[in-house]
Design a protein around this ligand. Structure first.
Ligand code: FES
Length: 676
C-alpha cells in the first residue's frame, strides 16, 4: 500500500478492483464495485452468506501484496457465527471484516451454509450470479398509535431503508398474512423479492418469520424423450440435486409429429399431454426435494426450456400450428408466468421463466444451448448442433448468427435400425473393426471392458448384448467405411464375403454380422442407408447455414444433447455428420440446454442476453432453400461426395474412393420431419 493512498482491493474471480478507505467493510467494497456477494441478513452476521477468503502473497501483476493481516481482527460477530454455524478457518464474513490494507479477495463459489447433499450434477462451470430472486432479512418497526402506517407499509419502509428497495409491489395474498407473520418472530422477517427485469418494479412475493436462509430454483429441460430437472440453490449457485425421467408423452407418440397428430385428432389430447408433462415435472420436483431434504415451498423461481412443441404443451398451448408450414409459434418471446398457473407444486408465489424460441422448429432448448455455448460471443465461427430426431443447428460468431433445423429422423437414436436400441446397459456403444481380418470388437454400456478382453463375457452376462445404441451405430458404420467394408457411397461390398464370414448375403444386398450370440446383431444395407439419410439431412442443414454466412469451414463444433454427449467426434467427422474441423476443436457438451436454463436461473442478465440474441438470429427454413437438395445428395457419401475433409485426413487413414454400382442411392428420396 503506497503511503497516502487508500488500500487497493481486488475481487476474484470477478477481477474487479478499487481503492477504499481503511475501515470499509469488505462487503460494501464489493457492492460498490458491482461484485456479487450474497447477503440475506443485511450484514448482521447471522446468515453467513457473505463469506470470503483472502489470498496470501505478492501479486506482482496487480501490484498487490495481500495478507489476511490486512483485514480487521476476527470480530465477536464472526466468532458467534463460527461457534453457532461453523466457519472454515480461512473464511471471513465480509459484512464484518473491514479493509486495513491491500487485499486480493476470493469469493468462494460454495458458501453453502445449509448442509444439503451436493450432487455432482454440474459441469463445474461457475455461473456469475445476478438472480431475479432476493432474500432480504429486515426488522420492522412495531406499530405505533401515533403513526398509523400499516404493517405492510412499515415493512416496505424497512426494506427501502435497509435494502434500498423502492416502489415495491406486493403479491395480493400478502395483506391477509402479513400481520401474523410479522408478530411470529418479534418483527423480524425475511422478505422474498422477485425482480426479473432490472428496470421493472420489484415484487414482494413471500414473507417468512425470522431468517429464511435458503431459496431454491429449478432449471429444467423438457426434452421430447427425457425431462432433466435440477434443484439449484439460488443463494449459493450450487446444484443441490438432479433427476431425470422419460417424457410421459411418449405414450402419445414416440416422435413429436405423432404427438401433434394426436392433438389434432383428439380434442382432449392437448389437455392430456399438458397434464402428463406437468405431473411428470411435479414428480421430479418431489424427487429432487426428497434427495436434498428441501421443502418444496422454498422453491421460488423456475426456468424451463424445451423444443417448440414441448414448450407449447407445457404452457397449455395447442401445438397444431407447429405441425405444418409456416410453423407458427403462439409465442416466440420469453414467457413469464406464476408457477401456480402451470399447476406446479412449489411455493404458491413462485415465478416461471421460459426462454424464447428461435423459430417454429428451433426451440427454447436451442436458445438455451446457444446461451450456454455462446456462438454469439465468439470471434471464431462456432457450429452448435443438438442432434435428436430433428437436429437444431446454430452457426455464427459475435457478428452474425444463423439457425435452422434439419429432419434427421430417429436413426441416430437407434430407431429404424434393425439392431438399434436406446442407450441402456447391454447396448453396444463403441466398435472397432480390424481392416485386415474385418473382425469387430466392441464395448457395451455397463462395462469398461472390450469384447476381446478377459472377463468381458462374464460382465456381459449381467445385461446381455441387446442391441446397438446411437453412438455405437455411428461407430460401426464409420469403422465399416474405414475398413473398406462399405464404399464411399454406402454400399456393403459383397465381394468381401469370400474373405470374411462376417459379410453375409441378405436378399439382393449384403449385411455385416457384428455379434453372434443368442441374438445375432447385424448391420444391414438398409441400416447404412438410414444413417446416410439422417447424416445427409444434418450436413445439408449445416451446409446451408455455411452458405448463408458465405463460409467453407468452421472453427469450432459443439455437439449437444444426449446423443452429442456420447458420440465420438472423430467418427462424426468420418461419416461427414459435421464439417471438417480440427479434432481438438470439436467438443461434446452434454445437456447444453439444461446448462443454459441454469444460467438463466442464476443470472437475469443472461435472460436479457438470450432474448436479444434470439431476436437477432437469422432463421433459415431448410425446406425452402433450393440448394438443400444438392447438399443432401452430396452428403449421402462418406464423408461427402464433393467437400474435402483435409483436417480429417491428417488423423484418419481414409480409404481410397471405392464407388459401387447397382444400388439406387435414393437421390432425393427422403423424409421430412419438421420437428423432433
Ligand atoms: Fe449475513 Fe454477512 S451478510 S452474515
Amino acid at each position: 500500500m503506497n503511503k497516502g493512498q487508500d488500500p487497493l482491493v481486488l475481487f476474484m474471480p470477478a477481477g474487479k478492483r478499487g481503492r477504499f478507505p481503511v475501515g470499509t467493510p469488505v462487503l460494501d467494497a464489493a457492492r460498490e464495485l458491482g461484485v456479487y456477494v450474497e447477503s440475506v441478513c443485511g450484514g448482521r452476521g447471522i446468515c453467513g452468506r457473505c463469506q470470503i477468503t483472502v489470498a496470501e502473497g505478492s501479486f506482482a501483476k496487480h501490484g498487490i501484496t495481500s495478507s489476511v493481516e490486512n483485514l480487521s481482527e476476527f470480530s465477536s460477530t464472526e466468532a458467534r457465527f463460527k461457534s453457532k454455524r461453523g466457519l472454515p478457518d480461512d473464511r471471513r464474513l465480509s459484512c464484518s471484516a473491514t479493509i486495513q490494507g491491500d487485499l486480493v479477495v476470493d469469493i468462494p463459489a460454495d458458501a453453502a451454509v445449509n448442509r444439503q447433499t451436493i450432487r455432482k450434477a454440474d459441469d463445474g462451470r461457475e455461473i456469475p450470479r445476478n438472480p431475479a430472486l432476493h432474500c432480504c432479512y429486515v426488522t420492522v418497526e412495531q406499530p405505533d398509535m401515533h403513526k398509523p402506517l400499516g404493517d405492510l407499509d412499515r415493512l416496505a419502509k424497512a426494506l427501502e431503508a435497509e435494502w434500498g428497495w423502492t416502489d415495491l409491489k406486493f403479491d395480493p395474498h400478502l395483506p391477509a398474512t402479513v400481520q401474523q407473520t410479522l408478530r411470529k418472530r418479534n418483527w423480524e422477517v425475511t422478505a422474498i423479492i422477485h425482480q426479473d427485469e432490472e428496470t421493472a418494479r420489484p415484487t414482494l412475493i413471500g414473507l417468512y418469520p425470522g431468517l429464511l436462509n435458503e431459496a431454491f430454483g429449478i432449471a429444467c429441460d423438457i426434452g421430447s424423450t427425457t425431462i432433466a430437472l435440477h434443484l439449484v440453490s439460488i443463494l449459493s449457485g450450487l446444484t443441490i440435486a438432479s433427476a431425470g425421467a422419460p417424457n410421459p408423452q411418449i405414450r402419445y407418440g414416440e416422435d413429436l409429429m405423432s404427438r401433434v397428430s394426436y392433438v389434432m385428432m383428439n380434442p382432449e389430447g392437448r389437455e392430456g399431454m399438458t397434464r402428463a408433462v406437468r405431473e411428470a415435472l411435479n414428480n421430479l420436483i418431489t424427487e429432487v426435494c426428497d434427495q436434498a431434504g428441501v421443502n418444496r415451498t422454498h422453491i421460488f423461481d423456475l426456468v424451463f426450456v424445451g423444443n417448440p412443441i414441448m414448450h407449447h404443451l407445457f404452457l397449455g398451448i395447442d401445438p397444431t400450428e407447429l405441425g405444418g408450414a409456416p410453423f407458427a409459434l403462439a409465442v416466440s418471446g420469453a414467457v413469464h408466468a406464476p408457477a401456480s398457473s402451470l399447476d406446479l407444486d412449489v411455493n404458491d408465489d413462485a415465478r416461471v421463466y421460459v426462454l424464447p424460441c428461435i423459430a417454429g422448429h428451433v426451440g427454447a432448448d436451442a436458445a438455451a444451448a446457444t446461451l450456454s455455448e455462446g456462438p454469439h460471443r465468439q470471434d471464431d465461427i462456432m457450429l452448435l448442433v443438438d442432434v435428436g430426431t430433428n437436429a437444431e443447428i446454430v452457426l455464427g460468431n459475435k457478428d452474425r448468427v444463423v439457425a435452422a433445423s434439419s429432419p434427421t429422423g430417429p436413426a441416430f437414436e437407434g430407431a429404424e435400425i434393425s439392431c438399434g436400441q436406446r442407450a441402456a446397459p447391454g447396448a453396444i456403444e463403441r466398435v472397432r473393426i480390424d481392416p485386415v481380418t474385418l473382425e469387430p470388437k466392441f464395448r457395451i454400456i455397463g462395462t469398461d471392458k472390450w469384447s476381446d478382453e478377459l472377463g468381458f463375457e462374464e460382465e456381459a452376462t449381467k445385461f446381455g448384448i441387446t442391441g446397438v445404441c446411437g453412438s455405437g451405430i455411428i461407430e460401426v458404420v464409420a469403422e465399416m467405411f474405414l475398413a473398406g467394408i462399405i464404399s464411399q457411397d454406402g454400399v456393403i461390398d459383397g465381394s468381401l464375403a469370400a474373405k470374411s464370414d462376417r459379410i453375409v448375403a441378405d436378399g439382393r444386398t449384403y449385411s455385416y454380422v457384428l455379434w453372434r450370440g443368442d441374438q445375432q446383431l447385424v448391420v444391414t444395407q438398409n441400416d447404412i442407408r438410414a444413417i446416410q439419410l439422417a447424416k445427409a439431412a444434418l450436413y445439408a442443414g449445416v451446409r446451408l447455414l455455411m452458405d448463408r454466412l458465405g463460409i467453407n469451414s468452421v472453427d469450432k463444433i459443439r455437439l449437444a444433447g444426449a446423443f452429442g454427449s456420447f458420440i465420438d467426434p472423430k467418427y462424426a467427422m468420418v461419416l461427414g455428420l459435421v464439417p471438417d474441423c480440427e479434432l481438438e476443436n470439436i467438443k461434446s457438451v452434454g445437456n447444453a440446454a439444461g446448462a443454459g436454463a441454469k444460467m438463466a436461473l442464476l443470472n437475469r442478465t443472461y435472460r436479457r442476453e438470450i432474448e436479444e440474441t434470439v431476436r437477432k438470429i437469422e432463421k433459415i427454413e431448410t425446406a425452402l432453400e433450393k440448394s438443400f437438395q444438392e447438399h443432401f445428395v452430396n452428403a449421402m457419401a462418406f464423408p461427402n461426395k464433393v467437400e474435402p475433409f483435409p483436417k480429417l485426413a491428417t488423423f484418419v487413414d481414409l480409404p481410397k474412393v471405392k464407388v459401387s454400382a447397382g444400388i439406387d442411392q435414393d437421390n432425393g428420396r427422403r423424409r421430412r420431419r419438421r420437428v423432433r
